[in-house]
Design a protein around this ligand. Structure first.
Ligand code: ATP
Length: 406
């Protein structure tokens, strides 16, 4: 379809980037990135109409996204145009080219295209020996100024290296180290730094990627306040492993709760830092407000809960429930990872697997039937019933009625 519509417009159309890389690696990838040599927006409108999808246009960049049912989406870009100004009266000439588009990408393995026009359907476009790099499992930039143009690519290099078990090629690694040495990204004010860090921390196995970032000298940029962490010490490495374990533990429970691993990693990394240091990090990387609020509140709640529970000699279920009830999965898994006391780890486990799902046997309607008047005290009564049940003081409805009467 895409190719046929492109033909109607007399454009060349290509699928590019990660999709092609993963296709050659025989890995699934449902994100389609299309590049057309022509007006991408007009093309997207037509294709959107044809596929019955919603089209979101970004006029300024000549790009559009078609949103299809079931979260499928197709990104469409215009092969970036190069303008050649001729002197005197001659008009400006527009040259669009897939080659130029591919040359501006991050790594050779992401710089291949497959043509979609029916006549050349399936033709692989590989100007930069990308297939060979894919075979060699090498991450290579396309030119020496790549990291100068866009330092966020360093995070992408590490992410792909660890995800696919590839190696950042020698020369490319040298360019990264140079960029770090030149302090190319003293400022973190490009929001893409945080976007890329988040993607890296959400990968299946983030801790080797973090170690690699440390080894490439990126920690002082990421966490300038964390002096002891400038090189990864044993305790820090241990925390990362624990984080990975706590996430793996949670996954094995096959629960439906959604959670975001990057939050757990960031909380762990800054576990020994003050709230101010975490707030500084959020400011520096311009985190969206909702991410910032989540990080700060989970840290505060989790650290308080841990402090509170560690101070107790004997932990009742109700203590655990009250200490943890405002935490999200992210805060709980963070605690699981960094808590030093086994009791606290056990408490998290009990809370996540059972305690948080408990409810009293009586509900509001029962209380009404028992002659209690609905109102704010209802909530308190139900809570008291819940805590009693958690501690085993009640186990039947009659126990609960008796408990209320006491
Ligand atoms: P993933 O499998 O993680 O989605 P991807 O390669 O599809 O990987 P995207 O972030 O979706 O990654 O980017 C799509 C494509 O856009 C990449 O394959 C790459 O060609 C290009 N790209 C993305 N970010 C950059 C960048 N910072 N600089 C240059 N090209 C980039």
């Amino acid at each position: 379809t895409i190719g046929t519509i492109a033909d109607q417009f007399l454009f060349n159309a290509f699928v590019v980037g990660g999709f092609v890389r993963d296709l050659l690696l025989r890995k699934a990838n449902i994100d389609l990135d299309i590049v057309v040599e022509g007006d991408g927006i007009a093309f997207a409108r037509k294709l959107g109409q044809h596929l019955g999808g919603r089209v979101r246009e970004h006029e300024r960049f000549g790009t559009a996204t078609i949103i299809l049912p079931q979260d499928l989406k197709i990104d469409i870009a215009t092969a970036r145009l190069e303008y050649y100004e001729y002197p005197a009266a001659l008009p400006t000439v527009e040259l669009s080219s897939i080659k130029l588009d591919l040359y501006r990408r991050d790594f050779t393995i992401n710089a291949m295209a497959i043509q979609l026009n029916p006549e050349h359907f399936g033709r692989l476009v590989d100007f930069f020996n990308s297939q060979n790099d894919l075979k060699q499992m090498a991450i290579k930039v396309l030119h020496n100024l790549s990291f100068v143009d866009d330092p966020t690519r360093i995070f992408r290099a590490v992410r792909f290296e660890k995800r696919m078990d590839f190696t950042i090629a020698r020369h490319t690694e040298r360019l990264i180290r140079n960029a770090v040495k030149m302090n190319l990204f003293g400022k973190a004010d490009d929001p893409r730094f945080f976007t890329e860090l988040k993607l890296l921390l959400n990968e299946e196995n983030a801790s080797p990627a973090l170690e690699r970032l440390a080894e490439l000298g990126l920690f002082p940029f990421l966490w300038p306040d964390l002096k002891p962490h400038l090189s990864i010490d044993r305790r820090f490495r241990h925390c990362l492993v624990q984080t990975q374990r706590s996430i793996a533990w949670f996954k094995l429970l096959y629960l439906t709760d959604r959670y975001e691993p990057w939050i757990i990693y960031l909380l762990t990394i800054m576990s020994r830092s003050s709230m101010t240091v975490l707030a500084n990090f959020c400011d520096r990387f311009q985190l969206p407000q909702r991410n910032r609020t989540m990080l700060l509140s989970e840290k505060q709640l989790a650290d308080n809960a841990s402090h509170h529970l560690s101070a107790r000699s004997e932990l009742k279920n109700s203590d655990i429930f009250v200490a943890f009830r405002e935490l999200h999965i992210e805060g709980l898994l963070y605690l699981m990872a960094v808590a030093r006391k086994t009791e606290v780890k056990k408490a998290v486990s009990a809370y996540v697997t059972t305690l948080r799902h408990q409810a009293p046997l009586l509900n509001g309607d029962d209380l009404k039937q028992l002659g209690y008047r609905p109102g704010p005290p209802f909530k308190k009564m139900l809570e008291a019933l819940l805590l009693a049940r958690l501690d085993g003081l009640t186990s039947t409805r009659d126990d609960e009625i008796a408990f209320l009467n006491d």
